[in-house]
Design a protein around this ligand. Structure first.
Ligand SMILES: O=C(O)CCC(=O)C(=O)O
Ligand SMILES: [Fe+2]
Length: 359
């Protein structure tokens, strides 16, 4: 955290346009007290728990290479319909590519400010490098900087936001996105099979040109971890999310039975999978999109890479017909372009899925 740059007064930062001052810059300038806009209104921990004493939760493990077996399918069903989160192993992505991805994030955020700014997110776009999109004065900001890119479909990529430095950025991310797409397909086919539906039921709902966004997250060390979140509590707006977690630094937490738990002790080289809101909707509420958040810590920088898979733009989705019956009537309305309304709700601390819930 040491830096030779002069400290920025908190008020100075507060008055700045937030999209131009990154969290990393504040930290490099030695900010001791995060600006008010980063301070959470609700306490992060109740009296009985603090960040270190929060219990950790066992995250189920799914072996992708065994998903043809009933036993593994059963585990997948149970993970998706209870926690909505699991770790996937034997997922087919080379350990080397995982390492390259991790290094890519660190290297990108380590570049000089001027270099990163070449890929800055314009005010009217969601893609590019920068901080939270600020939608309202009352929005609590996240202690994170990001690089957000559409990776699939390939012809939709805005290459002006794809860094040319680090040198192999494009190749590495491209290879990783192919591996992630393969995982998603197998998971969605398996998820349909175990519900006794034709195996492409979820994939067909996603249309011919499903989309995948990639988000590189950097969580710089934070001088007030007990007051400031890296990412506010949210469910993902995707169909499925595949997360490459930081190998060393913990920080992800999720809710089970209305209590927060730490996600800890993940298996080496495992990827973390979250069901997103759109899978909850398509499954008519059978699968759960888990509430999660990222906390900050005093000393260590943390990174992660989230890949968000979602249906084609403009494609109508809704609960699969085979999952609507007398016992389980339709729980969600049909909708399209869920991600657009999702962003608005997310920044205002609201759950977008509640807006499309019928009962
Ligand atoms: O960084 C993490 O562990 C969580 C990231 C996440 O939840 C997201 O990007 O939506
Ligand atoms: Fe998330």
């Amino acid at each position: 955290m040491a830096s030779s740059s002069p400290p920025l007064a908190t008020e100075e930062v507060d008055q700045e346009n937030h999209s131009s001052v990154t969290v990393q810059e504040m930290v490099n300038h030695g900010v001791h007290q995060p600006p008010n806009r980063y301070i959470c209104k609700d306490p992060l921990y109740d009296e009985s728990t603090n960040s270190t004493s929060l219990p950790s939760i066992d995250i189920p493990v799914i072996d992708l290479s065994r998903l043809a077996t009933d036993e593994e399918l059963q585990k997948l069903h149970s993970a998706l319909s209870s926690l909505g989160c699991f770790q996937v192993i034997n997922h087919g992505i080379e350990v080397g590519n995982l390492g390259e991805m991790e290094e890519l994030v660190r290297e990108f955020f380590r570049l000089p400010k001027e270099e990163k700014q070449k890929y800055a997110r314009p005010a009217d776009d969601i893609e590019g490098y920068g901080t939270d999109i600020v939608l309202s004065e009352s929005q609590t900001l996240d202690w994170t900087d990001r690089l957000y890119l559409l990776v699939i479909p390939e012809d939709g990529r805005k290459l002006q936001f794809w860094p040319q430095n680090p040198k192999d950025f494009r190749r590495i991310l491209h290879e990783y996105s192919l591996g992630v797409t393969n995982i998603i397909k197998i998971l969605l086919q398996s998820a349909a099979k175990m519900l006794d539906l034709p195996e492409n039921s979820f994939l067909n709902q996603c249309g011919e040109k499903p989309i995948m966004f990639c988000r590189f997250n950097l969580y710089p060390p934070c001088p007030r971890p007990e007051q400031v979140l890296g990412l506010k509590p949210h469910t993902d707006g995707s169909g499925l999310t595949i997360l490459l977690p930081d190998k060393e630094v913990e920080g992800l937490q999720l809710v089970k039975d209305n209590k927060w738990y730490k996600v800890a002790h993940l298996l080496p080289h495992a990827l973390l999978v979250n069901a997103g809101d759109q899978l909850e909707i398509m499954s008519n509420g059978i699968f759960k999109s888990p509430m999660h958040r990222a906390v900050t810590n005093l000393e260590k920088e943390r990174i992660s890479v989230a890949m968000f898979w979602a249906p084609e733009l403009g494609k109508e989705i809704g609960p699969l017909e085979g999952l609507i019956n007398e016992e389980r009537p339709r729980r969600f309305a049909k909708l399209k372009d869920y991600h657009l309304t999702y962003f608005k709700h997310y920044q205002l601390n609201q759950r977008a899925i509640d807006a499309v819930r019928i009962n």
